[in-house]
Design a protein around this ligand. Structure first.
Ligand code: ADP
Ligand code: MG
Length: 162
């Protein structure tokens, strides 16, 4: 059962990401789906801010992965340009998770097969107005399911369908 949130500006999407980060712990995986410009990177910027990342978070489209220092290490991946699943196997996902940090993957549904069962699915779509976004969050696996109520509470300011 997805949690549905709506935002009306890029800053609101960052604040929502920041709210989700208050629940983040070691080994967490967040998978971001949505078309170009939907706000996946904006969500990660807020999430990183929530974990105390000082550095400016930018899209890792060409390098595939950026790592930022925060309360937890933030691994930010964008696998949009991956052409073969075999390349994804080489990303070192397991090592990143062993590292004790969190992993956020843009376009992660493209490599769904390689993802750990426990993850938070975040799907962003365009809303009625230019700056509106509808953000659906689905906890997958026991690790995130346990935090569904906390997630609902944290996302209260943006609750409700578009
Ligand atoms: N509600 C909103 N949430 C997120 N981004 C928004 C919103 N409204 C407008 N935008 C704009 O949409 C773009 C989102 O870009 P980005 O986060 O890089 O998307 P993606 O990573 O999904 O391609 C930015 O230019 C941002 O200013
Ligand atoms: Mg992006």
């Amino acid at each position: 059962m997805p949690i549905v949130a709506t935002t009306a500006s890029v800053e609101e999407t960052r604040l929502l990401g920041e709210a989700v980060a208050t629940l983040a712990g070691t080994g967490d995986v967040v998978v971001l789906a949505g078309d170009l410009g939907a706000g996946k990177t904006a969500f990660v910027q807020g999430f990183g801010r929530g974990l105390g990342v000082q550095e400016r978070i930018t899209s890792p489209t060409f390098t595939l992965v950026h790592v930022y220092d925060g309360r937890l290490a933030v691994h930010h991946l964008d696998v949009y340009r991956l052409e073969h699943l075999s390349e994804a196997s080489d990303l070192g996902l397991a090592e990143m998770l062993d590292d004790g940090g969190v992993v956020l993957i843009e376009w992660g549904d493209a490599i769904a097969r390689l993802l750990p069962r426990d993850h938070l699915d975040v799907r962003l779509t365009f809303g009625a107005d230019d700056d509106d976004r509808v953000i659906e969050l689905v906890p997958v696996g026991p690790h995130w399911a346990r935090r569904t109520d906390a997630l609902l509470a944290a996302l209260q300011p943006w609750a409700g369908g578009g």
